[in-house]
Write a protein that binds this ligand. Sequence first.
Ligand code: ADP
Ligand code: MG
Length: 255
Amino acid sequence: MNAPLPSTIVPPMLVMDHVTVDFDGFKAINDLSLTLESGSMTVVIGPNGAGKSTMCDSIIGRVRPTSGRVLFHGQEIQREPEHRIVSRGICRKFQTPGVLTGLSTIDNLVIAATADRRWWKSFTNAGQDEARARAETVIEQIGLRDRAEALAGNLSHGEKQWLEIGMVVATDAELLLLDEPTAGMGAVESTQTAGLIKTLIGRHAVLVIDHDIDFVAQLNGHVVVLHQGQLLREGTLEDIRNDEEIAAIYLGRAK
Ligand SMILES: Nc1ncnc2c1ncn2[C@@H]1O[C@H](COP(=O)(O)OP(=O)(O)O)[C@@H](O)[C@H]1O
Ligand SMILES: [Mg+2]
């Protein structure tokens, strides 16, 4: 006799199911399948042009998969507009800093917190108080307390990057997509960024794209290697480092 099916099967947080993104005959993503669990950390590595940013774009609804499905908590989202996907609880940080330079650091965070998916609340006083409280928490988390009143435009490059991560965190999205959060940073700032990102997991699931192996090692997450739009391997960084094919294609070149 077959075992009875459990009455509730909880689907994974995010599933990419055989996703292909075809740009006029060029497959930037090619039959990619990937599962992300709530509260987890996944690090996507791969050479330039591997399709890492396009993968993020296809999750957040900026590009449409030509085929395949993207499921968030079991629901298909691959045909939804970006704002709808954001309202479900997925938020993306872009490769380049996009802070509001004419506003203070704390106000940037308040605005991001106000853009929370529980948007209707943001028009009430309680919503405003909540957004400010959230901004105050996040500014501690990103280490910019003493820069709270500085204009965002006057922050250093690294501080701007942290503010941008903070703005994503302030939305309180369940899944945070961070595309090259250490772009333009030196080793010390990168290490601080890894420490910051590690504090996010649990409350959030985080997908980080980066190609700096030292930074990836510090994150200590589940590593996914993309190559020519395909998932070449996944596992711990140790597994990946010990893989000769990967070493030849990617790690060897990165050294
Ligand atoms: N909108 C687009 N139209 C055509 N080709 C694109 C588009 N976006 C990205 N590509 C191509 O898809 C490939 C993957 O790009 P991308 O996802 O940005 O790679 P990565 O982030 O890994 O460096 C690259 O060859 C890039 O030129
Ligand atoms: Mg990219």
